[in-house]
Design a protein around this ligand. Structure first.
Ligand code: ADP
Ligand code: MG
Ligand code: MG
Length: 366
């Protein structure tokens, strides 16, 4: 591991107070995050991050998006009489006036104000936490639903099934690892649903389903709650994009409701927990029902199918490709993931009516 001169890096930012210590913080999977403690009692603490450059190719574009989003959030918080330093992330600028610092080796660094006195849930495994997570994402989308302009597309093709099918068709044609013949049945899982998935995406492409500000990493540990358990601030804004709001909903359902593991060796463990679905949906729609269009509500439950299907496709495609994208721990890991995600997809499909009913109940309520 490279040893960075963290104090030297921090000198490039407009921070207040003298740095007392910098230590690795949290267990985020994507970036490396440090907690920066300052010495003076009246100076704030900070979060320092180095961005993962293999995932994020356009950090200036990303930070431009984050500034747009946090500025809009802050204006809305102030208008509602809230605290803009606690209810929205604050980007600390560099002395050059940039929202990042690029070191000599080309690494990008960012600094945010550390938000004190919060609660974080590491997992959404009860109806209460699932409800809280749903509210957090719904509120985030609601406050940003009138943000003018669009965001830079820093992750081209993200959740775009037309783009995935293009990659898929290429991999199937090439069969680089010679595995295609052994997964004919699995390939049919993908092909038999292709048209349906494309029909949905056409609604996004035509604008019938609108494009909004979306978060795209809806894990519950990306939401800070206050000590009373109320949603305070959504963090980890690296993946904010202009996309359909349904992607955030669908991806949260895919991860929150799974009774098993994403790579469960025993697919029997995997199913969609309808109680968790209900709780997340109630929380989400308590915030989102006023801005979502009728078409969005109609496809809300479907979005869980769409996102889970996309994940089955990506695991299977990586298996056929010879395991180049997802880190594998054993020979058939991507195939095991394919089977476990497919089991989740089937469970979602089996509970389709119940899911649609829960959405409808929560759209109607006052
Ligand atoms: P990753 O993209 O790697 O998940 P995050 O931006 O989510 O990184 O940061 C990792 C962790 O650091 C978060 O889960 C949270 O616990 C903490 N954190 C990040 N930003 C802040 C902040 N502004 N205030 C308080 N805690 C924060
Ligand atoms: Mg995170
Ligand atoms: Mg992140």
């Amino acid at each position: 591991m490279t040893n960075f001169d963290l104090n030297g890096i921090l000198k490039n930012f407009q921070i207040e107070g003298e740095v007392a210590q910098v230590k690795l913080y949290g267990d985020g999977l994507i970036n490396k995050t440090y907690f920066v403690e300052t010495r003076a009692a009246d100076a704030p603490n900070y979060i320092l991050q180095t961005k993962n450059s293999s995932i994020f190719k356009d950090v200036p574009g990303m930070m431009d998006n984050i500034l747009k989003v946090t500025n809009h959030l802050k204006a809305k918080v102030v208008a509602a009489g809230g605290d803009p330093l606690r209810e929205a992330m604050t980007v600390i600028m560099s002395h050059d006036g940039e929202p990042f610092y690029k070191d000599e080796a080309g690494n990008y660094w960012t600094v945010y104000l550390f938000i004190e006195d919060t609660l974080i849930y590491e997992k959404a495994d009860s109806p209460e936490t699932a409800y809280a997570g749903g509210r957090g994402i719904g509120k985030f989308q609601r406050i940003l639903s009138d943000m003018p302009g669009t965001l830079t597309d820093i992750l081209p093709g993200f959740h775009n099934i037309r783009f995935r099918f293009k990659q898929w068709d290429e991999v199937i044609a090439k069969d680089p690892a010679g595995r295609k013949n052994s997964v004919q049945e699995e390939i049919q899982w993908i092909e038999s649903r292709r048209d349906e998935m494309l029909c949905f995406w056409e609604l996004v492409e035509s604008g019938e389903i609108p494009t909004r500000v979306t978060h795209n990493d809806t894990k519950i540990n990306n939401i800070l709650f206050d000590k009373e358990g109320e949603v305070l601030c959504v963090i980890d804004l690296d993946t904010v994009l202009s996309s359909t709001a349904l992607n955030d909903f669908g991806d949260a359902i895919r991860s929150y409701t799974n009774t098993g593991l994403e790579d469960d060796p025993n697919p029997e463990n995997v199913s969609m927990d309808i109680q968790i679905f209900r709780a997340f949906t109630e929380g989400y729609l308590s915030e989102a029902k006023d801005f979502l269009t009728e078409t969005e509500m109609k496809y809300l439950a479907f979005s869980a199918r769409y996102i889970t299907y996309e994940q089955v496709l990506r695991f299977l495609m990586d298996y056929i490709d010879g395991d180049n994208y997802y880190r594998t721990n054993y020979e058939n890991h991507n195939l095991v993931r394919t089977h476990a995600q497919y089991r989740l997809l089937e469970s979602i499909e089996q509970q389709k009516e119940a899911m649609d009913e829960i959405v409808m109940e929560n759209c109607k309520l006052g």
